[in-house]
Design a protein around this ligand. Sequence first.
Ligand SMILES: Nc1ncnc2c1ncn2[C@@H]1O[C@H](COP(=O)(O)OP(=O)(O)OP(=O)(O)O)[C@@H](O)[C@H]1O
Ligand SMILES: [Mg+2]
Ligand SMILES: [Zn+2]
Ligand SMILES: [Zn+2]
Length: 630
Amino acid sequence: MKILRRLEEYRQEAKKLCWEGTFADYLAMVINNSRLARLAHARIYDMIAAAGVEEVDGVKHYRFFSDEIFGLERTLEKLVEEYFHSAACRLDVRKRILLLMGPVSGGKSTIVTMLKRGLERYSQTDAGAVYAIKGCPMHEEPLHLIPRDLRPEFQKEYGIYIEGSLCPACQLMVEEIYDGRVEEVPVERIVFSEEKRVGIGTFSPSDPKSQDIAELTGSIDFSTIAEYGSESDPRAYRFDGELNIANRGIMEFQEMLKCDEKFLYNLLSLSQEGNFKAGRFALISADEVIIAHTNEAEYRAFISNPKNEALQSRIMVITIPYNLRVRDEVKIYQKLIRQSDINVHIAPFALQAAAIFSILSRLKESKKQGMDLLKKMKLYDGEDVEGFKQKDVLELMNEVEGEGMSGVDPRYVINRISSALITADTRCINALDILRALKDGLDQHPSITKEDKERLINFIAMARQEYDEYAKKEVQRAFVYSYEESARALFNNYLDNVEAYVNKTKVRDPITDEELDPDEKLMRSIEEQIGVTENAKKAFREEILIRLSSYARKGRTFDYNSHERLREAIEKKLFADMKDIIKITTSTRTPDPEQLKRINAVIDRLISQHGYCPVCANELLKYTGSLLNR
Ligand SMILES: Nc1ncnc2c1ncn2[C@@H]1O[C@H](COP(=O)(O)OP(=O)(O)OP(=O)(O)O)[C@@H](O)[C@H]1O
Ligand SMILES: [Mg+2]
Ligand SMILES: [Zn+2]
Ligand SMILES: [Zn+2]
């Protein structure tokens, strides 16, 4: 069985990561490679940077996040640069608790989980290797064994900075077992693992009244206290709080602001001084990234309470708004669908339609002349619209505050899709099904005001209109293809006329051999389809001829697909000419053999080239027929 072999290989791999030696061995390694002694923030920053960065339009895209988080590039850039990068340089921000604040299911937990899982994997690589004092409950940095008095010397000689002091358990061990000979203390390589409680911790508040700080800082072990005689003997203490075990890595603090203030104060000294108080011990050093998350309402309540000022100044807030790009929203749905066991065909544009609805609900009106929500949505999505170009995006984003902090969340959409599937029992779901399900869901939504509902229903109507446009175009494309010969003929005819027009010659009629003037009416009827004005027609025609001759020089044929705009114009013209044929063909109940042939060709085309299944291809045709007949 293959799996048995894989299990064996897996164990071998894990074994390769084992290393054990003395502190003296470790010192030799660290002096060679100071990255081993990185602090937690620097390790995480390196991990993110190691996955690669790509700069697109002046925004950094971190590949570390790009498989799972979509459309939040600016936010993630801020998170990585302003927090992790600065913290990696040991700037003051590393002493702050990182608080991700944003609307529900906007990806906060996903970001934290990615960092946690990423760090587990990174610690298994050479670049991310971590070493610790063997047996230390907090797997602490072995360099802590170097006495404070010697550290300046060490730093001067090797350029390695040491922060923090030995934990009580290690102090005792060094004295009792090694009699102070630190170089003999055993050191091991560790691999981070949340399951094994090494380097990764999660804290989730329970009832604020009964919340026990021991969950964070460990507790006295009453079963051994009699044996060691004192509460201040580290052997009678369990260093198993989340802050202890997450040392060197990350502690996720879920719903932090739901905790009692008193409780949070324990975090103050950790964030400020890098150490915390536990039991009867001197302060215990900890080197870890604390990431908390919360929603906007809780955050507002928190900052409006003056009692929280001290804590507030020790928090760095990064807002995580919703994604605002349609194409990225589609990727989110696709990801969520892949993760669930929804197993039906999803018609083209079905998820786009839902995404249009969601994004519209998250946008805020602009005051700019000629800008509306739909245009803004398209512009954000990378499409230039009338009067605005991509360079205006940033200005629009900065015009309003809090955009993306409210609106429809991705989970709602996925839930509605699932429920549509269960009730409809279909093999395929299209844009109309999804929009209907979204609309029905609004009635069941408990926390929606009447105005909100009206607004959202309006967005559903807008998404529907976008779908109508799309459906018409899609059918037009497929029809034009089945009329490809006509498209080619029209194209060649146009080119002959343009050639004669530019060269000031005549066009020869193929049948009568007559010499004719170029057919201005025909040329204009095509050019008008794509908005080429009377003034611009000459330049347009000349440009086409230049393209044509450049193709000829390279020995390539200039055909109907070679020029994107011309192709669009030809298709539109043909569609306009054929509108009636399409109208009749798609809506007739009893197609004649010729019509039937066309319909089948169009359906085949939709299935083989455009991602439809027989169900949604037929539905699309029927729907478009009814649209054209309106
Ligand atoms: N921008 C995004 N890119 C990719 N996936 C996203 C994005 N936003 C949300 N999701 C997905 O939506 C789901 C909910 O997100 P997540 O649980 O991370 O949100 P959250 O902000 O922690 O929400 P909550 O406040 O409810 O805890 C996840 O499956 C997540 O992958
Ligand atoms: Mg969450
Ligand atoms: Zn220790
Ligand atoms: Zn389908």
